[in-house]
Structures are given as C-alpha cells and as structure tokens.
Ligand binder design. Structure first.
Ligand code: 5AD
Ligand code: SF4
Length: 437
C-alpha cells in the first residue's frame, strides 16, 4: 500500500465538535490535492472521526475499521481520528493491523504529512496536545452550510466524575477573538446565514478580558449573518451579561442548551457538577425573564452510581419545572479512568432502562407541548435542505424546531412562515407572501 491516496471519505461520530473537525479535515485534505470520493465509490483514504463518550466506543470503532475491507480483499488507507484515537494512542495499531494513522483531536492539522508517511509504509501516531494551535495550521475556510459550525473553545477543566472529555480533549482553551471573527466572516462569505458557536464549555470562552457575551455582540455585527446559536454551556459560566445578550441581541436565537444531568443535589455533588438544582433553576428564571420565549434544552444521565428512586424522581421534577423544548438523556456508562467508574452502588441495567424510558416519556410530553404552543405563530425559518418529496424543504425555526414546508425557496433563504401543525419531533409550516417593504 504505497500509492499516495487521491480520494478520501470522512465519517464523523458523536458531538457537533466532531462534525466541525470533520469539516476542517475535509478542507485540509482538499487543499492538499485530495478529492472527496463520489457517493458509493471506494475511497483511497478513510478517516474515522470517532467518539469516546459512551461504553464500547472503542470496540465499535475497531469493528467500523474492519468493515472497511473491500470485497476483493483490498482496503483503503485508514486514519483513526477523534477521541477514541486520543484515548487508544499507539495501542490502536496493535489492536488493528488495518489502521495506518492514529491522530488525536488536537493534532489533525498534521494529517497530510502523516498520510505521506503512511504512503511510505510508516504507521504514524500523533496524540499530542501541542501549545501551537492547530487552527493556525488549517486552511482558511471555503465551505459553509446555511447553518455553519465554528469551534471557539475546546476542552474542559470541570472534571465531572463520570466524564472522559477532560482527558480526551484536554484543558479549556479559548481561540483568540480575531481568529474567530475572521473565520465567521469567511463562513458568511461562503454562504452561511447562521453560525453555531461550539465548545465543550462554550460560555467559558474568554480572551484578553473579553467574555463570551462580548464575542456574541461582535459577531452579531457581521453583515449578512442572520442568526447566532451556541452550544454546550455549563451552568457555572452562565453570566448575567450572556443572559442580557439574549434580551438585546436580535440575531441571538431564543434557544439555550444547558445540561443539568440530575435533579438531585446529592447526585449533583457526587458528579462534581458545581451547581445545585436551585442555582440551575435560578439561571432558568433569569433567562426567562430576559427572553420569555426561550426554548430550553438539557442533558440528563440516569443511573449514576448511588442514584435512588427518590433521586430519580427529583430529576423528573426538574423536567416538569423547566418544561424543556427538547433534551438528551443517557444511561450512565462507566468510563475507565474516571472517578465514578469505581464508585460503590453501580446501578443495575434493568433499573437504568426503566428510568431512561420514564425520563424520555416525560421529556417527550414537554417537547410536544412546546411544539404545540407554537402552532399558529408567524415566524421566520432558515431553509437548510430539501425534504423527502419534490418541492418540500426543511428549515429551522428560531427555537431550533425542524420545520417542513412546501416552497420554491432554496437552502440559505430565510423565509416568512406560519407554523400550522406540530408533531413530537417537527413542525409543518406554510410559506407566507413577503409583505411589501
Ligand atoms: N455516561 C453517560 N452519559 C454521559 N455523558 C457524558 N459522560 C457520560 C457517561 N459517562 C453525557 C452527559 C453530557 C453529554 C454530552 O453526554 O449528559 O452532557
Ligand atoms: Fe465524543 Fe465528547 Fe469527544 Fe465529542 S468531545 S467526540 S462527545 S467524547
């Protein structure tokens, strides 16, 4: 396998930050003369951009690698990237002879060089977290969806006792303000109408005495940009300035993803969450006072070690108190190397299954109620892509609801609609005639 690859394919798993990294790897390989393989065609190089957040993530990645072998017995050059690569390091080469390159999330700017090494028969590994930012080494952006991701912050210093992220993504770092603005401008020039600012602790962003709310206000000044979103926020970094920005910055969408994880203070303490149910709900109250229509979202873990039925019921109470517009919920998964993995009172699977079902039922009830509360409303949606039938398009409401409608509008168009019906996971809209200016 010594011919340098000409075509590539990238598969990204996990969070939006991985999606962003996948886009940057795409641009980087493009800039280095490789082209994306056509749909259905074999690629010379496959990059698996993996996620490590849940159990069996590594096993899944290795079986994904195995499946890359072609019917004739040949195989592409394989690069294992993302958080499994970070966690497994050189071990990955021992576990699968099919892996040519192992590259962590802070080192992928070196991929072209590593591909050249692999073409010469080497099996390079890079899981360093260099002080030099990979962003400086990446090409300026040239591709953008109507809604474009932009990573502004990486890593985590919070060390929740269940989580691998501080180990796979390293310490919290903020990208410099001027770099972010330049990238945002480039995205808008390439057709982005909405920018989603990303970070494991996005609202912890700070640079030269400026905080996240200042950054939002600056980005809102970019002509041609219509909408700003951000994710994921930590309650501890939810400043008053950010809350005020939701009241004052028109381009900042009325949506907040603010994970609480549990409704029990005892469990929150064992999780090392550094907030209580009361401080969390106080933030929600302030946010609702600033922006009454805000759609709230969250993350939940059921079955954390020691979680009793009473603790779990407290979680259901938080769901009712907040009335989430959407939320993600997960069964606790012991991650080797994290403090919670060795805690006593690990919860049996059947109990976790039961709690997850009850939690999801409760969340779904609120989600449907939220969607129904918007029926009849006149609003704007940003068209993102074509729907299942000809003439049907799918876009997003300000509250991040997926809206299906018949229209001749194109991806990137912001159009006036009336929301006419609501399902649990999406809305139907009807386009309105543009009012004369
Ligand atoms: N088990 C289950 N869920 C987890 N999450 C993070 N680590 C774990 C784990 N070990 C969830 C949290 C986090 C989301 C991204 O994934 O809810 O907010
Ligand atoms: Fe997965 Fe977390 Fe890594 Fe994102 S940061 S890819 S969710 S482990």
């Amino acid at each position: 396998m010594n011919t340098p690859p000409k075509t590539f394919r990238i598969k990204s798993f996990g969070c939006q930050m991985n999606v962003y990294d996948g886009e940057r790897i795409f641009e980087l390989l493009n800039e280095n003369g490789l082209t994306a393989a056509a749909e259905g065609a074999d690629a010379d190089l496959v990059v698996l951009n993996t996620c490590h957040i849940r159990e069996k993530a590594a096993d899944k990645a290795y079986s994904d690698v195995g499946r890359l072998r072609r019917e004739d017995g040949s195989r592409p050059m394989v690069a294992l990237a993302g958080c499994v690569a970070q966690a497994e390091g050189a071990e990955a080469k021992a576990r699968s002879p099919m892996i040519d390159i192992v590259v962590g999330p802070q080192a992928y700017h070196r991929l072209p060089e590593m591909v050249a090494q692999a073409s010469r028969g080497a099996r390079p590994v890079d899981t360093d977290m260099p002080a030099i930012s990979k962003f400086d080494a990446l090409p300026k952006r040239r591709r953008a969806n109507p809604s474009a991701f932009l990573t502004i912050q990486e890593g985590c210093d919070k060390f929740c006792t269940y989580c691998v992220v501080p180990y796979t993504r390293g310490a919290e770092i903020s990208r410099p303000r001027s770099d972010i603005i330049a990238e945002a401008q480039a995205l808008v020039e390439s057709g982005a109408r909405e920018i989603v600012l990303l970070g494991q602790n996005v609202n912890a962003w700070e640079h030269e005495k400026l905080e996240f709310a200042d950054l939002i206000r600056t980005i809102a000044g970019i002509d041609g940009l219509e909408r700003i979103r951000y994710t994921t926020s930590h309650p501890v970094n939810m400043s008053d300035e950010l809350i005020v920005a939701h009241a004052e910055v028109g381009k900042l969408m009325p949506f907040l993803h603010l994970p609480v994880q549990s409704g029990s203070n005892r469990i929150l303490k064992a999780m090392n969450r550094s907030h209580t149910v009361e401080t969390y709900l106080a933030i929600i109250d302030k946010m609702r006072a600033a922006r009454p229509d805000i759609a709230l979202s969250g993350d939940f873990i059921v079955g954390f070690p020691g979680e009793t039925e009473e603790d779990f019921e407290a979680t259901l109470q938080v769901v009712d108190a907040v009335g989430y517009a959407s939320a993600y919920s997960f069964k606790y998964s012991a991650r080797p190397g994290t403090p919670a993995a060795t805690m006593e009172d690990q919860i049996p699977r059947e109990i976790m299954d039961d709690r997850l079902q009850r939690l999801q039922d409760r969340i779904n009830t609120h989600q449907l109620a939220f969607n129904r509360s918007k029926v009849g409303l006149e609003t704007q949606i940003l068209i993102e892509r074509g729907g299942r039938h000809p003439g049907q398009m799918i876009g997003r409401s300000p509250w991040l609801q997926s809206v299906h409608l018949e229209t001749s509008a194109n991806p990137g168009d912001l159009i006036d609609v009336t929301l006419v019906s609501a399902g649990p996971n999406s809305m139907t809209g009807a386009a309105r005639q543009k009012k004369a200016a």
